[in-house]
Design a protein around this ligand. Sequence first.
Ligand SMILES: [Mg+2]
Length: 195
Amino acid sequence: MIIGVDFDDVLVNSSETFAAFWNAVHGTSFKKEHFTHHEFHRNWGATPEDVAKMWMRFSKAESHKFTPAAAGAKSMVARLAQFHKLHVVTNRPLETDKETYQLIDVHFPGIFSDIHFCTKNGGTTRAQLKSDVCRKIGSGIMLEDHPHGAQQCAADGIHIYLFDQPWNQGAFPLLPGTIVRVSSWQDKILETLLP
Ligand SMILES: [Mg+2]
């Protein structure tokens, strides 16, 4: 099979590193558990444009290179890659491709067949929908943490494994058989993707 995998807060713990970067710049004390709104700028009390600008700064900063892999991600994606073709499908801006490839090389060398960036112009413009990427690469499965991305793909018939995060705990329709909640990379439900 071909499986699409989101990058931030699925494969790597970006929100924690980004919060530390934001806090250092703004003198705030945000932690990931504060981010309960799925529209991320609301968590920061900032505009979407401000968050996009800070994300670009963060991507080019030294601290970005130390973004850790999510717990259990390395071993599980290595197991999945033995049987499936894995593609990263991310809303990161195209302009952060170099930094993203570097981070993937650090944590997941040789694992992914391709990386697809879904935004451009520093994240302010959508380049493509995740569901369009899935269709293009022939993937019927997406591992995702964002409720909008999940719902949009699910509406297009893509089976979603939704990774638990503070911002996806709110009420939104978990379509039976289409969106399945996953607690972490150690969740036994992911073993069903193995032969
Ligand atoms: Mg994500």
